[in-house]
Design a protein around this ligand. Structure first.
Ligand code: SAM
Length: 472
């Protein structure tokens, strides 16, 4: 036996003796109760036992003492942070021998401490994080000790989720039914709002084009600018199916943009460009136009800079900021999947600049916050509905329900509520188009082709009114 081994043995022997006396002192319940009521004493007993356990994790003595698992040892209330952490330490040690009454008892104690919220260090600056960490560890311990039946727990969780989903679907269906009757009762909208679409020409898209130059010639677009860019940190879409869908969207967008640009050298702003998966390829396909890519996320702008530098593209400038922060004049605005209200802000900015625009809106449900705040503030001229036409038919509160119903991204395509969802979405986009018309724009509303290129495939095109300046 070398000296370090004998030290451990001596130590263990010493601890064994200590635990022996500890043992006899806790044999009768009254001593234990006293110990428990005196947190200091209890803590020192536990520390000793923990040290002993560290030297002999599988000690029979400890198992037999029942000290850790003993229901005789109540956790003082309120338990202190440091005492709870001693319990935690024990439970950690017991992870290596997770079975048996000691482990389960200790875990039960720890759970008590976790539930009492005492494990988080009261002096720590972030209290919730350590508590969460402990909760997670506790669960792992319980699984290891066989206290938790994971399968049963998952089954129960699934059941609870299903009940919740059913409740929320029921809630949505009720709302939709209410709204449906409202939509149908709008006299001038007739029974079916989808008819409204027929008042707009659909933008000419490229779903059925089969040949270059009608289709995008991807061989002229540098790899790093394509949605499928694979370069590390290059911002491309990793999932090849999604990247393919984005490329299909760009087929349509290029044709639409072509019909707006009409061979001119224009300044184009992409609002909410992200890392450029739409507009970098477009910039490469329209080299005589200057593109500004606006995004509020610094990480996106940094990827944009890398992609621009790597490709040597000279007609693109990134701009870090919010849609409304961009103040320079421009000729055409685009906004592809710019969430909720931001699409309307982009359209507003285009109208202020008398610029044409191409919008592929998304997440209409997200507009509800700004609408609700306008309702709460009782603003005199709310931003929604967008057009005077719909303002004369729907109150802002009705419009709020409309956005909620229209945001059925999960349920569209099935059941009667999906029909109403679709109608509501049409109404929201037609309202945007009407607003454009009220500003003198020539409007088109349609869907990207093929429709499967995105669930968010609605497209709104606004061609700017020709100003006298432009004519002279
Ligand atoms: C879904 S991504 C679309 C990216 C890109 N248009 C495309 O088609 O791949 C939306 C982007 O809009 C940006 N965004 C959202 N709200 C914005 C706002 N108010 N101002 C500027 N950027 C915004 C987000 O940071 C995000 O990068």
């Amino acid at each position: 036996m070398d000296s370090s081994q004998s030290d451990v043995e001596d130590n263990a022997e010493h601890l064994r003796q200590e635990i022996g006396s500890l043992h006899s002192s806790i044999k009768d319940k009254s001593t234990l109760d006293k110990a428990a009521s005196n947190e200091m004493v209890l803590k020192s007993l536990l520390i000793k036992a923990t040290r002993y356990l560290a030297a002999h994790p599988f000690s029979k003595d400890i198992y037999e003492s029942g000290l850790f698992g003993s229901s005789l040892l109540p956790l003082p209330q309120p338990a202190s942070h440091s005492l709870a952490n001693v319990l935690y330490l024990q439970a950690q040690l017991l992870r290596h021998s997770p079975e048996g009454p000691v482990a389960s008892g200790c875990i039960a104690k720890l759970e008590e401490a976790v539930n009492a919220g005492v494990l988080a260090n009261p002096n720590a600056t972030t209290k919730r994080k350590p508590q969460l960490k402990r909760e997670k560890e506790l669960r792992e311990m319980k699984i290891a000790a066989g206290i938790v039946n994971v399968e049963e727990e998952e089954r129960l969780e699934k059941e609870a989720r299903e009940v919740k989903e059913e409740r929320s679907a029921h809630h949505k269906r009720r709302k939709v039914r209410k709204l449906e009757s409202k939509i149908i009762s709008l006299a001038s909208l007739e029974a079916d709002v989808s008819d409204l679409m027929s008042t707009y020409t659909t933008p000419q898209l490229c779903g059925s084009c089969t040949t270059v130059p009608s289709r995008v010639d991807w061989s002229v677009v540098p790899n790093i600018l394509q949605p499928s860019a694979e370069e590390e940190g290059g911002g491309g879409i990793k999932d090849s199916e999604r990247a393919g869908r984005k490329m299909s969207q760009l087929e349509s967008l290029r044709v639409v943009l072509d019909s707006v640009i009409l061979g001119r050298s224009l300044s184009i702003v992409d609002f909410g460009s992200g890392s450029g998966n739409s507009s970098l390829a477009l910039a490469s396909l329209f080299p005589s136009c200057n593109f500004t890519l606006v995004d509020s996320k610094p990480s996106c702008v940094s990827i944009l800079k890398t992609r621009i530098a790597t490709s040597g593209l000279s007609n693109v400038t990134p701009f870090l900021g919010d849609v409304m922060d961009y103040k320079k004049p421009f000729d055409v605005g685009i906004a592809i999947h710019l969430c909720g209200e931001a699409t309307d802000l982009a359209m507003k900015s285009c109208i202020a600049n008398r610029a044409s625009f191409v919008l592929v809106p998304c997440c209409v449900g997200k507009i509800h916050k700004v609408i609700q705040s306008q309702i709460d503030a009782n603003v005199e001229t709310p931003d929604y509905p967008r057009s005077s036409w719909l303002k004369s038919k729907l109150s802002i509160s009705d419009y709020l329900s409309l956005t909620r119903v229209a945001d059925f991204s999960d349920g569209r395509g099935e059941g009667s509520h999906s029909v109403v969802a679709e109608k509501s979405k049409v109404l929201i986009d037609v309202d945007r188009a009407r607003r454009g018309e009220e500003e003198g724009y020539t409007m088109q509303v349609g869907k990207l082709e093929p429709k499967t290129c995105s669930v968010k495939n609605d497209i709104i095109v606004g061609k700017a009114p020709i100003t006298l300046d432009a004519v002279t």
